[in-house]
Design a protein around this ligand. Structure first.
Ligand SMILES: Nc1ncnc2c1ncn2[C@@H]1O[C@H](COP(=O)(O)OP(=O)(O)OP(=O)(O)O)[C@@H](O)[C@H]1O
Ligand SMILES: O=C(O)c1ccc[n+]([C@@H]2O[C@H](COP(=O)([O-])O)[C@@H](O)[C@H]2O)c1
Length: 204
């Protein structure tokens, strides 16, 4: 059987919002990927855990968000791996567990900026293409992968594919703050995710 080309969209998803969904869906519809897995991360090694909802709630909301999209899947593979979750370890694990897939990474531009701080990022780059989705909130990306030697037109590492997709400037942080200050942020979340959050009184 031909291996499935699978995009791994790693994230904290605290909570998942329509920006995430638009990215996952765009990648699977407008690139060469067969499917996209939203891999819910218990603990990002570069983030503090304090404002984080419990893993199973974040997972439940991703599951609700993707259930009507057959090419989008949710994965809790990192729940049983050591924390904090280093992506290289998860990739090794996935290669063993699901050998009939070829993997690439999906990330927003903000994550590309911190990418050189990731464990074994050179090995990740060696082995996996990275599809990057544009994001502007953190200013111009100035990671080593972006700097053209002549300072002119941006050039990128050969494994990094910048995807020409619409920019949706929305973040989970914005949503959490909005809820805390009593704003109506309902259109920013899939309807059923908003319902879940609201019923559970999260982020208030
Ligand atoms: N609006 C967006 N546009 C492009 N990429 C995004 C967007 N929102 C999230 N991402 C990407 O999705 C992945 C998971 O992101 P994450 O769960 O941290 O969401 P976030 O909205 O950035 O959350 P937070 O505000 O809590 O940091 C990351 O690769 C991030 O870059
Ligand atoms: O492997 C690393 O060193 C590493 C460092 C920082 C972040 N990551 C991963 O990047 C993913 C995106 O995280 P986040 O919090 O921006 O959604 C998440 O799966 C993290 O575990 C991984």
């Amino acid at each position: 059987m031909k291996p499935k080309k699978t995009g791994l969209f790693f994230g904290t998803f605290n909570p998942i919002h329509i920006g995430h969904l638009i990215i996952g869906n765009y990648m699977v519809e407008f690139s060469d990927l067969d499917e996209v897995w939203f891999v819910v991360t218990p603990h990002n090694p570069l983030k503090k855990k304090k404002t984080l909802l419990e893993d199973h709630h974040r997972l439940a909301m991703v599951r609700i968000a993707v259930e009507d999209f057959p090419k989008l899947r949710v994965s809790n593979v990192e729940f049983d791996l050591p924390q904090p979750n280093y992506t290289i370890n998860t990739l090794v694990h996935l290669e063993e567990k699901y050998p009939n897939h070829t993997y690439c990474l999906i990330m927003g531009e903000d994550n590309l900026k911190s990418f050189p701080k990731w464990k074994n990022y050179n090995i990740i780059l060696d082995r996996y293409p990275i599809y990057v989705y544009p994001r502007i909130s953190n200013g111009n990306v100035d990671s080593q992968f972006y700097t053209s030697p002549d300072g002119g037109k941006k050039i990128y590492h050969e494994k990094i594919k910048m995807v020409d997709a619409p920019i949706i400037e929305l973040s989970s942080t914005f949503i959490r703050k909005g809820i805390k200050s009593g704003k109506n942020i309902r259109p920013m979340l899939p309807a059923e995710v908003w319902k879940y959050l609201d019923e559970m009184n999260f982020y208030k």
